[in-house]
Design a protein around this ligand. Sequence first.
Ligand SMILES: [Zn+2]
Length: 705
Amino acid sequence: MERVGRVSVFLLCVALTLFIFSFCVTSVNAGTTTDRPQWMDSSIAKLKGELVSKSGEAQRERVARGLDQVAQFWRSEDGRAEEFETFVRGNFAGDQATLDAMFDRFEALLEQIDGHMLEVSLACRRQSDLDLGPIMPFDEVFAGWDPSAHVLDDFFQNKLAFIALLNFPLTTLEQRLNEGDKWTRRQWAEVRLAQRFSKRIPAEVNQAIAQAGAVSDQYISEYNVWMHHLLNDKGERLFPAKLRLLSHWNLRDELKAQYANAEGGLERQKMIQLVMERIVDQTIPDVVIDNPHVDWNPFTNEVSRAAVEDSDELAPPDMKISNAREPDTRYRILLENFLAVKKVDPYSPTAPTHIARRFDEDREIPEERVREMFEQILTSPLVPKIAALIGERLGRPLEPFDIWYNGFRPQSKQTGAELDQIVRKRYPTADAYDKDMPNLLTALGFSKDRALYLADNIIVEPARGSGHAWGAGMREARSRLRTRVGKDGMDYKGFNIAVHEMGHNVEQTISLNNVDHTLLQGVPNTAFTEAIAFLFQANDLKLLGLQSADPKSEAMKVLNDFWGTYEISGVALIDMALWHWMYDHPNAKPAELKEATIQISKDIWNKYYATVFNKKDVALLGVYSHIIHSFLYLPDYPLGHLIALQIEEQVKKGGTVGSEVERMTVLGNVTPDVWMKNATGRPVGAEAMLAATERSLEELAKAKK
Ligand SMILES: [Zn+2]
């Protein structure tokens, strides 16, 4: 989803999979919250003796582990002692041939289940995800329905989950971190298989999360600002007619694009900053949101009936024009998401918060280690050096919005408008992009056959929101590349995003279709798929035939990456602090959460940015839409930049994007450090970026002399 105008390589996108919140919950060795039946211990003692004497002494450890794992989840409603014993006797795989057959069947069928569930879900979300006209109330109900919500429940009920738990190992994060690089591929696949059943979350909880997610997605995807209707103090319109920008992505990207506007850019950037701040503190008038029928002066906050019309729709006859502020809806939505995922806590005893599940399970890097990596960047002595360079290049003191400075990007010779024209001509429709994909992939270094194969496995569709990539869940299905295509064709922003999303889709396709075990489908965590998407996105101008690499532009790119990581690391820390705040204040009201967000945003600004920008108490970074609708996803972006840089350095050494992405993505879903050591020889860390940035500063200094 994450997923637009991105004139920037820091396009924040969300690569989606169905399993994040539902079926494929990864977890450490979870127990259950229910009481253990009284007969359990004596049944286990009896079965241990029986199974070991039947299967042999070599199976003793597996027998004990399997019985223990089943007992952790067995509730009285699952059956009495006799049923438990019959179940265990009938389903323990005591020899390798039986175990192999069981493993193969689970692997093949889970792929089918995941894949088909996802296809059903995407069909139901089609109207709300794609740019296909109005969303009716029933469309929202379809979009909010998660067909996989009951699968895990069903698997406990029909005891398939218990069969997996009886035969395959649950592991702790510690084991995966300490022992994982010695495991065989089959062992890893068995670990991932068992992990699917490491929680027993009621279906209604998963359903509540899916519903809250759908509501917040829609709130964010319709949060547009009609820029031609912003007035300055002289009553002037600074932005062109019909320019409708989605918060925060398009607002930020327009702000970036204005660096190229030497005459009026600064005034426009200041206006955009103000709009963003009013979104954060909710002083934005409710009536201006996604409404082309009112004019708004964000400085005075005055609202009036639009003096010019630039939309095709008529103003609703009952439209009330007032500057009554948005009633903290932003924070109500965030709270509802929080309360929905918090319902999982009692069913996840070893990762009892959403925060722990995100870090220990989804990312498989402990939160503390992630925070340390971000702080290494935020407090680096390289920051003031780069800030001074930016000030020098801008010829003025830095403003807070220069956190989005994009001037290190090797400047193309074309203006934004020219780029738009080039892209529109090339891609008048989503279909035109679709047809060109084999050429784009070949240009990135994929072989001709593979480019055709990959393109064949990716469907391009016009997104309603900012664009996103949905991976498939089974090998016979295809992944979806969604991007915004205007009536006049795809613009440069849309192209930039499409290339980013295409990176996700390529990763998704290879790591599903070409990995040795579908149980290891995917990447260690979303930061890795973002890293690969960034790798593609960084080549967008090259793909348009507009730019070739040279040492100076390489150095500029690294500084651009560093500055983006510096920016998004702070945003990620806000996201992390907010989730801790919500856990500390579970009964908070939206207004209180708003105040907390403003305060946390300012605190983090004051700690890491205020001296660099020479301004205190700025809440601007709280504008990110992900904070509201992405369930603590933001830390994946700075991690993604760090990981991306590690991978990029490897690509420079190893060959083309195509050949290295092919090699790396077949590793699949192992822990981040195992993946990274295989891919580059080193674990995940900030060191590669810091070293590359220092080199790049030296390179630029040399070039100056
Ligand atoms: Zn992305």
